[in-house]
Design a protein around this ligand. Sequence first.
Ligand code: AMP
Length: 309
Amino acid sequence: MSLVVTGTVGIDSVYTPTGHAEKVLGGSCTYFSAAASFYTPVKLVAAVGGDFAPSYREVFKTFPNIDISGLESRPASKTFAWGGKYHANMDSRETLFTELGVLTEAPPPVPAAHTSSEYVFLANSHPGVQLSFLRQFPKRKLAVADTMDLWINIAKDDLKALLNEVDGLVLNYDEAELFTGKQNPVTAAKQIIAESKLTFVVVKKGEHGCLFVHKDGVAMLPAYPAEQVIDPTGAGDTFAGGMMGYIAANHAHHAVKDRVHFEVIQKALAHGTVVASFNIESFTLSRLLTLKKAELDARYAEFAKMVRV
Ligand code: AMP
């Protein structure tokens, strides 16, 4: 229980081959917390600026399991904003702009009531900010970080320092190569583990699923074979949200000497895959806003049958 996340709460402008959405609610910890909230209560810690309209804040209230008491408002600042354009196959995208806004300022304070959280997720943000956040959770049982090309390019040393204090890392295939110089994702993930204190690395490859490299073994999981892809934005964050939400809700029953069991994470990855498959059916959080737990459970059962060998 007690899952906490920090990252970006932002304003996205997204262009895909099917259409576009301008200035919609986005951000790494927005998507993460929406997905995790289907499994367990989640506390979000982030900062937004004066341009963060009340209607964006209202969206969070639609998810009863998201605690936004740690969402700090800074009237004189600007909210993180990101623009992205997807290529025809929807699997790759280019960043049109990144306006860091509040991310260039002091990180948001962690409410005292949140500091006893046991499960910590560091959604995409500056690794230095991720590290200072992490250190405020002395009772943590599992901490996992996400990262991306921007941070590997501009803050690699901070990222390396972070990987000496978290248990898991989630990143894309391209980013694993950028970080290590190794094209083979298994080799890249093993190298990242060998050079850090990490127990596991999850390497994501969009519609091709993910590779899971753990000190206790290696596993692969396909993506859900989705037919309706409207906007892949947030796929990685909702994948991580489903994964961490499932672990936070179930780890207590499966702990092995304080280390989260390989099989628990493997199953958690399947939950993350299924939540992400719903998220990509719409722009922004629209599909997750209408998603029912019964629909999620039904697709999970379908997916579990598909991957059984
Ligand atoms: P994903 O598609 O899972 O990679 O996540 C996309 C979300 O991440 C968007 O809603 C963006 O607002 C947010 N985002 C994009 N770039 C960054 C960045 N450099 N740091 C943190 N969040 C970002």
